[in-house]
Unconditional design. Structure first.
Length: 161
């Protein structure tokens, strides 16, 4: 089938008119640019004696007792804030890792000490062979005077010789 040149030209002119008419009849529904995003839970990744354990807001650590071979254990932490749960940036001026012997901030067992190297890491010393030490780790915000995450318990057990 052949279409005369005038017919092609008329069809090309009619296309924009047809599209304009269709778009005028159907309402345009704008899509929101700022759609709400689900807030992921705040997480703490604690490297304890070379292994990483994760604590999630509301559930804590998903680990049983952690066995170590020595009485001095390095602890360092990083925090994931993908959900935008914190209103301030994690700076050492306002935030710190707190390592305690109880959820209420009580001391570690006799002779066991935590020495901070910086705001988010340090070393736990003097765990005796065969000793199990409950340790509570939490992200503390100094300006609020309260924990933002935790404190969550993890038990560190030194193997007996």
């Amino acid at each position: 089938m052949t279409v005369p040149i005038g017919g092609r030209f008329a069809a090309l002119l009619a296309l924009p008119i047809l599209l304009a008419a269709c778009s005028a009849e159907s309402p345009v529904i704008p899509t929101p640019i700022d759609q709400p995003t689900s807030r992921g839970p705040l997480q703490m990744n604690a490297r304890i004696d070379g292994f990483v354990y994760t604590a999630v807001a509301g559930t804590g650590f998903d680990a049983g007792p952690i066995e170590v071979n020595k009485g001095g254990v390095r602890i360092s932490t990083t925090f994931a804030n993908t959900g935008g749960n914190l209103t301030a940036p994690l700076t050492p001026a306002d935030f710190e890792l707190r390592v305690t012997g109880s959820a209420a901030g009580g001391p570690l067992p006799t002779r066991v000490e935590y020495t901070a190297d910086d705001a988010f890491s340090g070393s736990l010393y003097w765990i005796a062979p065969g000793q199990s030490v409950p340790v509570f780790l939490g992200l503390y915000q100094k300006s609020k005077g309260d924990y933002v995450l935790g404190p969550y318990a993890v038990t560190i057990t030194r193997r007996a010789h």
